[in-house]
Ligand binder design. Structure first.
Ligand code: FAM
Length: 464
């Protein structure tokens, strides 16, 4: 049976083999685009073979509750970049977060993976060489400038406009220079879509630090934006634009943060929105702008802001260094007020999110004595029991958002309204990778069927 190169986790020996092949055929290692150009025809054949063999097979029943229940768990999408297991958590192309931390190239002197490597992995299923990652850093730095009219657009936003609204506005406006939109209007053939979508995706990712930095500076009065350093990696430049480039621990945090927030399989609101909008052949800027609007919701990415708001409110009500009993009571009062406990629960996960654990490990290494970190730990020992006792949430354990704000606050990035922007910068990596593959594989317009309640009643009348 046909087996895709993309599904294989490259073993160290295979990786060595690939590297030596590159070395023997050319002194310059292939770029990401060159590598994709090789992989895409193979994957097209792989999908063809899979559909020919399994295309008419049933995937289990669709029940009426799926239609009313937010399609929870309904098998409906294909995305090879990452897969989420309810108990184990996310794997990027088959690799867990600790494996990515170990295998992906690092900055000199750094110990967290460079997100450039994660993007390469998401797109190709292969671990890039340090040289390939450096080339990607350089490529993104060269594409980083944003058009003057987008700068002006951001400068004219009132500081009271939420940073996520400003973010999506600016990203949508980048469509002005979309290579794909231009190529489409000039009659590009379907089989070539992925090329300009790749270029747009690279531009999109590259320009996000300048957009995020400008929003941060405008909204929180941080003054003139520094320039990016073309010799530095993506996370370093993002940190610089936020005013934290001299803090090596913060730069390391950004590398880890972007890596773990990049992708969470295809069905979450932001990833799915990007895919859906892209299926109409909207270019990557329009598709990702839409994804950002989904990420801005409090049940999704805005939860990282909500966690800090909730923790601070709790401290103002029960004081700092409160007893476990006082924290427990506060959690109950949140639930009794008809609100959710932000940062807890998940639509798929049924265990503590490994993204939470990766951030906890980082905190234990870099800020074990931080008082807010101690509060997060205290909350971790209390909330799951309360949620279990309340009996509604299917997953009482913390998700990624329960931890991220504490780390950012520790280094002085205390403006919680900005936190989801950083989530958005990271999520671009997954959405962009998915858009490139969707166009390469000719993914069709998405168009599921909706029903009315009356039609459901009629369909099942007199049937048990
Ligand atoms: N606090 C209180 N109630 C909760 C809860 C929480 N943390 N998590 C779930 N529930 C409730 C939920 O509201 C629902 O109540 P109703 O039956 O009254 O509607 C019930 O438990 C069953 O929900 P579920 O099946 O366990 O979860 P869902 O799949 O419907 O929703 C979440 C998943 C993430 C939206 C939900 O757990 C939640 O609201 N959590 C708090 C917000 C949050 O942290 N979101 C971030 C998720 C994160 F991973 C991300 O996307 N970035």
């Amino acid at each position: 049976m046909y087996r895709s190169i993309l599904r294989q986790s490259p073993s160290p020996s295979r990786f060595a083999l690939l590297s030596s092949r590159f070395a023997s055929t050319s002194s310059k290692q292939p770029t990401l685009k060159e590598r994709l150009a090789v992989l895409i025809p193979q994957e097209i054949e792989n999908v063809k073979a899979t559909r020919a063999e399994h295309g008419k097979k049933s995937f289990g029943p669709v029940v009426v509750d799926h239609l009313y229940g937010g399609m929870r768990g309904l098998p409906a999408l294909i995305w090879d970049g990452s897969v989420l297991d309810a108990d184990e958590g996310i794997r990027f192309r088959g690799k867990t977060i600790p494996e990515c931390q170990k295998l992906l190239p690092k900055a000199p002197g750094g110990s967290e993976p460079l997100p450039e490597g994660l993007f390469w992995l998401l797109l190709t299923g292969e671990v890039p060489t340090p040289e390939q990652v450096t080339e990607l850093s350089k490529d993104w730095a060269a594409r980083a400038a944003i058009p003057e009219f987008v700068e002006e657009l951001l400068d004219r936003c009132p500081p009271t406009l939420h940073p996520m609204s400003q973010f999506s506005l600016a990203v949508t406006a980048l469509n002005h220079d979309s290579a794909f939109a231009k190529a489409y209007s000039q009659g590009i053939s379907k089989k070539d879509y992925w090329g300009p979508v790749f270029e747009d995706s690279m531009d999109l990712i590259a320009k996000l630090p300048n957009i995020a930095g400008r929003i941060y500076s405008n909204v929180f009065g941080k003054g003139k934006l520094p320039s990016i350093d073309k010799a530095k990696d993506y996370s370093h430049n993002l940190a610089t634009l936020l005013g934290f480039g001299d803090n090596e621990a913060f730069v390391e945090l950004m590398r880890l943060y972007i890596t773990i927030h990049s992708d969470h399989e295809g069905g979450n609101v932001s990833a799915h929105t990007g895919k859906l909008v892209g299926s109409a052949l909207s270019d990557p800027f329009l598709a990702f702008g839409a994804a950002l609007n989904g990420l801005a919701g409090p049940l999704h990415g805005l939860a990282n802001q909500e966690v800090l708001v909730w923790l601070r409110k709790m401290q103002s009500v029960i004081g700092e260094n409160a007893s476990d009993e006082a924290v427990r009571e506060y959690v109950w009062s949140t639930l009794k007020g008809g609100q959710v406990v932000p940062g807890y629960g998940h639509a798929v996960l049924r265990k503590t999110d490994p993204r939470y654990m990766a951030q906890r490990e980082f905190a234990l290494k870099h800020l074990p004595e931080d008082s807010l970190f101690k509060l997060v730990n205290q909350v971790y020992t209390i909330v799951p029991d309360v949620l279990l006792e309340a009996g509604k949430a299917k997953n009482p354990w913390p998700n990624v958002d329960a931890h991220s704000g504490v780390l950012l606050t520790h280094y002085g990035l205390t403006q919680m309204e900005f936190y989801t922007v950083l989530f958005g910068v990271s999520r671009a990596f997954g959405v962009a990778a998915q858009l490139i593959w969707d166009r390469a594989l000719g993914a069709p317009l998405e168009r599921p069927k909706s029903y009315s309640t009356a039609s459901i009643q009629k369909m099942f009348a007199n049937k048990n």
